[in-house]
Design a protein around this ligand. Structure first.
Ligand SMILES: *Cc1c(COP(=O)(O)O)cnc(C)c1O
Length: 345
């Protein structure tokens, strides 16, 4: 197994990170004349904590990890991009990814000029462990998994994920954006076991905070240190840190939302089954359903005309004829069903 140092790009290994005023003095004081801030317009005049210490202290016990095993980013997009920048030499290294999956891994790879080696899921949307490992070579630095997977909606088998983490000679990134909706357990507890394992989670889905842009990466403290060294110094603004901290006190609300959405998902599932144009509804461990229909584009366009927007995934691998429908409130889902009844006639 390659060490972190062996996997890192050489420019990152030797990087001297930016040292901000708030890095050089971290205690409490009464007069701050160190950062060229405007003394007026409190509290927005001050730079935010570059390491989000208060917020991480709150997240750590909820997630059952140490604060130094948490990286907070401007959405999950930030840690995804930083992982490329830390480990992948543009034009030389490559990453392995499942197909179909979340589109951001490919975009981040393209921006960083990194080849993506895509490996199809099996027909039942599970991992082809051997094919994923065979796709990798000595320049494969990252391997992206997403469970529950977007857009297929299902979780992968824990044994398969762990087998890949053990065998892959690079960093395995497991995106758990939808884990709060899944019956399966998060693999977060296993970051202590493997030095090459990163788990991504987000406040954008179950926590209902997509608008404040806050994503999390969990890994060994050594790997988290690398991401912290290369991020923009003040990547999480004051408003986001404060709002997230406030909403973290309302974990019961989040739990209530998840339960409601799971019930609504089952309702949506049974409502959709009555339509003759619905060929198949795939099992979901997330807050959306992947649905195979007779004329995906036609139905999508019809719903746009009804001011109901879903996602056409019919051009995605293994998803021919498929639409992805996010579970909304009971009222929103009823409006969808009403429109579909008119469409059927
Ligand atoms: C929605 C989603 C995210 C969340 O991204 P943010 O940048 O944190 O909003 C991450 N991964 C997957 C697979 C998603 O579908």
């Amino acid at each position: 197994m390659k060490t972190l140092d062996e996997l890192l790009r050489s420019n990152i290994k030797g990087l001297k990170p930016y040292s901000s005023a708030r890095d050089e003095f971290t205690g409490a004081a009464s007069v701050y004349l160190d950062a060229n801030e405007n003394p007026f317009n409190q509290p927005y005049n001050r730079y935010p904590d570059p390491y989000q210490r208060n917020l991480k202290a709150k997240i750590a016990p909820i997630k059952g990890v140490n604060a130094d095993q948490i990286f907070l980013g401007n959405g999950s997009d930030e840690p995804i991009d930083l992982l490329f920048r830390a480990f992948c030499e543009p034009g030389k290294d490559n990453v392995v990814s499942i197909d179909p999956t979340y589109g951001m891994y490919q975009v981040a790879a393209d921006i960083n000029n990194i080849e993506v080696r895509k490996v199809l899921l099996t027909e039942d949307f599970q991992l082809d462990v051997d094919a994923l490992l065979t796709a990798a070579d000595d320049n494969s630095k990252l391997l992206f998994l997403c469970s529950p997977n977007n857009p297929t909606g299902n979780c992968f088998k824990e044994d398969d994920i762990v087998a890949i983490v053990k065998e892959f000679d690079g960093i395995v990134v497991l995106d758990e954006a939808y884990i709060d909706f899944a019956p399966e357990k998060s693999l977060l507890k296993r970051i202590d076991e493997f030095s090459n394992f990163v788990v991504l989670q987000t406040f954008s889905k179950a926590w209902g905070m997509a608008g404040i842009r806050l994503g999390m990466a969990f890994a060994s403290k050594e790997l988290i240190k690398v991401l912290s060294n290369i991020k923009y110094p003040y990547n999480i603004n004051i408003l986001t840190q404060e709002k997230a901290s406030e909403l973290l006190d309302k974990e019961d609300d989040k739990q209530q939302w998840v339960e409601t959405l799971l019930k609504e998902r089952e309702q949506m599932n049974s409502d959709l089954q009555q339509f003759s144009f619905v060929q198949k509804i795939y099992p979901s461990d997330a807050n959306y359903l992947l649905v195979k229909v007779d004329d995906a584009r036609g139905l999508y366009d019809y719903l746009v005309g009804e001011e109901i927007i879903i996602r056409d995934r019919s051009s995605v691998a293994l998803c021919a004829g498929c639409l992805r429908i996010t579970v909304g409130t009971a009222d929103e889902n009823k409006l969808l069903m009403k429109a579909l009844k008119t469409y059927q006639k």
